[in-house]
Ligand binder design. Structure first.
Ligand SMILES: Cc1cc2nc3c(=O)[nH]c(=O)nc-3n(C[C@H](O)[C@H](O)[C@H](O)COP(=O)(O)OP(=O)(O)OC[C@H]3O[C@@H](n4cnc5c(N)ncnc54)[C@H](O)[C@@H]3O)c2cc1C
Length: 431
């Protein structure tokens, strides 16, 4: 039976919220998850059974390296994974070539980074140590990489955090077979089995609280009560003031302003066949075994699903640039087609004839994400410490941005942060 007052309400059914829900309901606590969207998963969003011919990822896609919580969850969910394989291609100044765009001076950059004793932004680091004209292409390459891969602003991103990331990172990446959503579906099935309650399409916009008692109000004026609340909504949503706290959380609001989240627009373009593999005369540049493609096109990065057979190219535009773009998906889509026509060296009309399905996912304008994932600045660690300190044993926060370590901004970070908050709630007990 549904209790009048839940032990814990969890706001957000992403990886952090669902992983916490599993731990808390396993510990015998009554829980209710309130989720704004009409689906679970948040920034994990596998599209299945629509216009695309197989499962495709609108959000998280890769497992970057040997990540313990993600791998353990995959094992429990009986989901296996495959490694992306194939050839990297580049198109720069209309020239098609094999290989990536990394500069020969990359090793010098890593050596200088290793010698850095105090944190500065990566932008300042480049200005201090690589200001000479001979490093111009290195500086451009690093800037492109920080903006593209970390979705970060070079003038804010921490050089020491990037050093740690670049030392640990397995950029190649693995993908869960059948899609990332299988992992969150597994977590929810376990919570459901333990009688957890899930309220979809429930946007929480107000939290009234006192010690060990919380009232949550939704946009439909529904009131949900609990003894504690775990807030796992993205930090950009919290920063925007979309959820009002009464009494307000002044120190937390201040700390939130120190966190930075990058924007990403993902383009999914499925072709009638892999035009990049065509032999013999073809209108399109041939890129056999295409895995990643880096270019100087407006949408610079594309990748295939190789070795999976679906003829899909995923385009990626990230970092500060996405903040000033038109919000109309059709305009963005035509920019994607122009970028693809450039890298394939063909007319857009010829390319359009080959497309079976295409969709844009602009996470920067998504109201329940307001960005893609967090990156570390010089102020992040202090802010995360403030935000992860429970308030009066009553209000707790979790989510990918509130994990302070090398995996920040990933599904692994979200799972770790959700688990940590759940364990803390259990440890502090209910009075
Ligand atoms: C395009 C893209 C690509 C990515 N690629 C990768 C990758 O390859 N590998 C990787 O590991 N990670 C990747 N990530 C990051 C990863 O997806 C996230 O770090 C992780 O999924 C975040 O989980 P979370 O639970 O912290 O937040 P979320 O998944 O965002 O969950 C928070 C939930 O809160 C809900 N919510 C928001 N506001 C309210 C409200 N007012 N009331 C109720 N509910 C609300 C949201 O709808 C959401 O479901 C990617 C992210 C994006 C956007």
């Amino acid at each position: 039976m549904k209790p009048d007052v839940f032990d814990i309400v969890i706001i957000g059914a992403g990886a952090a919220g669902l992983s916490a829900a599993k731990i808390l309901s396993t510990a015998g606590r009554s829980i209710c998850i309130c989720e704004a969207r009409d689906r679970i998963g948040g920034r994990i969003h596998t599209l299945k059974g629509g216009e695309f011919s197989g499962p495709v990822e609108a959000g998280a896609e890769f497992i970057h390296g040997d990540l313990p919580l993600t791998k353990a969850l995959m094992k429990q969910a009986k989901v296996s994974y495959y490694a992306g394989k194939g050839q990297t291609w580049t198109v720069e100044k209309n020239e098609l070539a094999r290989g990536d765009l990394f500069d020969d001076n990359w090793d010098i950059l890593l050596t200088k980074l290793r010698q850095l004793e105090h944190d500065i932004t990566i932008g300042e680091f480049l200005k201090t140590f690589f200001n000479e004209p001979k490093y111009q292409s290195l500086v451009e390459g690093v800037t492109r990489f920080v903006q593209g891969y970390d979705a970060a602003d070079v003038n804010k991103a921490s050089a020491l955090a990037l050093r740690e990331e670049w030392a640990n990172e397995n950029i190649q990446g693995y993908r869960p077979i059948g899609g990332y959503s299988l992992l969150v579906e597994h977590l929810w099935s376990e919570v459901n089995h333990l009688h957890g309650v899930l309220k979809l399409s429930t946007v929480i916009n107000k939290i009234v609280w006192r010690n060990n008692y919380v009232e949550m109000y939704s946009d439909r004026n529904e009131k949900i009560t609990a003894r504690k609340v775990l807030v796992t909504v993205p930090v950009s949503v919290l920063k925007s003031g979309a959820i009002k706290f009464d009494p307000p959380l002044a120190q937390h609001q201040e700390a939130l302003q120190q966190l930075e989240v990058g924007g990403v627009i993902k383009f999914l373009v499925e072709f009638k066949g892999p035009i990049w593999e065509r032999r013999g005369p073809s209108k399109f540049n041939r890129m056999p075994a295409l895995n990643f493609l880096f270019s100087d096109a407006f949408i610079p990065t594309w990748w295939s699903q190789r070795p999976a057979e679906i003829p899909l190219l995923t385009g990626w535009l990230a970092g500060p640039v996405v903040q000033n773009l038109p919000q109309d998906d059709n305009v963005l889509l035509s920019q994607a087609i122009s970028s693809l026509a450039y890298v394939f060296g063909c007319e857009t009309a010829a390319l359009e004839k080959e497309i079976r399905a295409a969709k844009v996912f602009n996470w920067y304008v998504d109201p329940y994400a307001q960005g893609a994932y967090a990156y570390k600045t010089l102020a992040t660690s202090t802010a995360v410490r403030v935000l992860t300190r429970p308030l009066d044993n009553t209000i707790y926060f979790a989510g990918e941005a509130l994990y302070d370590g090398p995996e920040m901004g990933t599904v692994e970070a979200a799972l770790a942060s959700g688990n940590k908050a759940a364990e803390e709630i259990i440890r502090e007990g209910f009075f």
